[in-house]
Design a protein around this ligand. Structure first.
Ligand SMILES: Nc1ncnc2c1ncn2[C@@H]1O[C@H](COP(=O)(O)OP(=O)(O)OP(=O)(O)O)[C@@H](O)[C@H]1O
Ligand SMILES: [Mg+2]
Length: 461
């Protein structure tokens, strides 16, 4: 039983009793106590007072104690829970949705979402469709990040579920800035819809596997439980319901060129994605990338087999990140969130700065501000800048010098770039999530992401 199992169990219990999920602080308390940390350490890590942690912990022990029929406290929580659930844990573990290590071919199957209760009586979330549930799909998430604290994304999750479960979309590209939460939402999605599939596999393309190697890995995984083996990945897609997540797709795209173009030797991925989109089957491939693949444009649309989702910030829900960090002046949080566009990692980093320099006071951080403070965000922004083509870099510099969103239907007076250059570069920058479209009346205007704009301006100086 690991800490993720504990969080999952506790979240289900609290949700059933109160209709609310665990708060980030409650998760931190459970994680800390499970790892035998003391309250002062938990409050320190969470940047809040020890008395706040104690109060919240007492509430948790009471609620979870009712669920277990035990008097719980920080000393006995782990032993009571392990004892209580050892039987149901083993029986569920034996149901097939479990860890299996395959010796020779070194394929790890790991189930990261074990429900500790009887799944018949405690469904963690309402099923999307009652038929064809597979309570023990084969799952390989060894390349996926571990489930972590996750806020909101309700609208995006419901869109993705609608596309996958109702519209039966074959190919989905989920793109957005680095660390905006693409992997996190995909992990959450799997957690919610895993029983709809026979196979789920997550592969990162960070080591730039050739298509042939990737396909071999996929077919090896599918063939573990299906003999005789089928010739191709698409044969498995037809015979079973498979969900494949391909993460870090930008690694097989060219750097220094317009967005979403394959590296030499990797163009066959384009053909494969087209086959996945257009063939007849019941499976789904989700691509996670910093850049929208250029070739997907021809396949996407409401009644077409491919869709793209540009993942943006968390909006007001990013306040939870600030709460976790123990920031004060809540009335100023929305200003801070807007400034850093609800980007979870950016806000996390900036919140740490606010704790370090202003004891957590958002008002003091924002007071007298003349520009967007970047600090530790710079390396993240540089990794985007260094992937741009020469043309995109020029257009970014030009856009960064503009005070307002620009109208690209007219040739700009203050630029030596041709209209066609500007259009092409803006389209590509938008495919990287670096340029935003602003609606002004009936007109679409374009502007650089303000944080990226600040970075470019700093580079200019
Ligand atoms: N909805 C969310 N609520 C809270 N934290 C989040 C959320 N989404 C992402 N995060 C946190 O932000 C960080 C970056 O998330 P994640 O790794 O999913 O981003 P990514 O877009 O996949 O990044 P990359 O492009 O670098 O792979 C992680 O620490 C993650 O836990
Ligand atoms: Mg990721």
């Amino acid at each position: 039983m690991n800490v993720e199992d504990v969080l999952q169990w506790a979240d289900n219990s609290i949700f059933e009793n109160t209709g609310k999920h665990l708060t980030p602080l409650q998760e931190a308390i459970l994680t800390g106590v499970w790892q035998r940390q003391k309250y002062p350490q938990i409050s320190n890590d969470f940047h809040c007072s020890e008395s706040h942690v104690k109060k919240e912990a007492a509430h948790l022990w009471e609620k979870l104690g009712e669920e277990l029929g035990e008097d719980l406290n920080k000393f006995n929580f782990r032993s009571k829970l392990e004892k209580k659930h050892s039987v149901s844990y083993c029986s569920h573990f034996g149901a097939g949705n479990c860890l299996q290590i395959e010796g020779d071919n070194a394929v790890n199957y790991s189930c990261q979402f074990i429900t500790l209760k009887d799944p018949q009586t405690h469904s963690p979330s309402p099923p999307e469709s009652p038929q064809n549930k597979n309570l023990s799909p084969r799952i390989d998430l060894k390349d996926a990040p571990a489930p972590a604290i996750f806020h909101n994304r309700t609208a995006e999750l419901s869109t993705l579920k609608q596309w996958i479960l109702q519209a039966r979309t074959h190919l989905i590209a989920l793109y957005g800035l680095s660390e905006i939460g693409k992997s996190a939402i995909a992990v959450k999605l799997i957690e919610d819809i895993q029983t709809e599939f026979d196979y789920i596999i997550w592969r990162s393309l960070s080591n730039t596997p050739t298509l042939a190697n990737l396909q071999t890995e996929l077919t090896q995984f599918f063939s573990q439980s299906q003999q005789p083996p089928l010739p191709t990945v698409l044969d498995y897609f037809r015979s079973s319901r498979c969900l494949v997540i391909l993460d870090d797709l930008q690694n097989i795209f060219r750097s220094g060129e317009l967005a979403g173009q394959y590296l030499p030797g990797y163009e066959d991925y384009s053909k494969f994605f087209k086959q996945v989109a257009t063939s007849s089957h019941n499976s789904c491939v989700i691509l996670l990338s910093w850049e929208k693949p250029r070739d997907i444009t021809a396949l996407e649309g409401d009644s077409r087999p491919a869709r793209t989702l540009h993942l943006q910030g968390l909006g007001e829900h990013a306040g939870e990140i600030l709460r976790e960090k123990g920031l004060t002046d809540e009335e100023k949080w929305s200003e801070l969130i807007t400034l850093y566009q609800g980007h979870p990692s950016w806000l996390n980093i900036i919140a740490s700065t606010i704790v370090e320099l202003f004891n957590g006071s958002v008002s003091l951080f924002l007071a007298g501000r003349t520009h967007i403070f970047l600090g530790d965000l710079e390396p993240l922004l540089e990794s985007h800048l260094e992937r741009l083509s020469e043309l995109e870099t020029k257009v970014s510099y030009w856009l960064a010098s503009q005070d307002e969103a620009v109208d690209i239907s007219q040739q700009p007076a203050d630029s030596d770039l041709s209209q066609s250059d500007i259009w092409q570069a803006i389209q590509s920058l938008a495919r990287r999530g670096l340029v935003e479209k602003v609606q002004v009346g009936a007109r679409a205007m374009f502007q650089l992401n303000p944080v990226f704009q600040q970075y470019i301006q700093c580079k200019f100086e």
